[in-house]
Design a protein around this ligand. Structure first.
Ligand code: SF4
Length: 165
């Protein structure tokens, strides 16, 4: 497994070293202004990624339900499982920070889950900025791929997230 990979600024700290990881964010423990900041995983509770790769993720217990990698895949089968776990995470919090072209391809060469993608000219390009957000070129790729859905009742074209607006 790769030893060099992108260190995403929002990588959940409990992830084991390696290219597959989950994201998280810091928030206050309580509403008190002087409360300490703690990391919380962006993906938690439902268990869908864990079901795809049960030996790679931390098992849930009664106190801790964040999703994070405790092992990196070490066989082709486990790599497929890790890829599937990224596909099923509905908030794209299971990501790949490596540069293996085959894995990137199986992840759809998608900036939403890949820290590196392969450009049309065949170059490897990082998709994430120092603040953890997608770089403008990567965001434009994501935007272009958003499915347009016919909004029949208004006769308009809307993207999926615009139905709530
Ligand atoms: S896969 Fe989606 S619903 Fe399930 S825990 Fe992760 S973010 Fe939540």
């Amino acid at each position: 497994m790769e030893t060099t990979y992108f260190k995403h600024p929002l990588r959940f700290p409990k992830n084991v070293d390696g290219p597959f990881y989950t994201t998280g964010h810091q928030s206050r423990e309580t509403d008190a202004p002087d409360s300490s900041m703690v990391w919380r995983g962006d993906c938690l509770w439902c268990g869908a990624p864990e079901a795809e790769a049960p030996t790679l993720f931390a098992p849930f217990d009664d106190t801790y339900k964040d999703t994070y990698f405790v092992r990196q895949p070490s066989t082709p089968e486990e790599t497929e499982q890790a890829i599937m776990s990224a596909h099923v995470c509905c908030v794209s919090a299971v990501r790949y920070g490596g540069t293996d072209c085959e894995i990137i391809s199986k992840l759809g060469n998608d900036p939403q889950v890949c820290d590196y993608i392969i450009t049309d000219s065949g170059e490897m390009q990082c998709t994430v900025g120092s603040d953890g957000n997608l770089l403008p070129f990567a965001q434009s790729i994501v935007d272009a791929r958003q499915p347009e859905i016919e909004c029949q009742w208004k006769g308009q074209h809307k993207k999926w997230w615009q139905f709530w607006i």
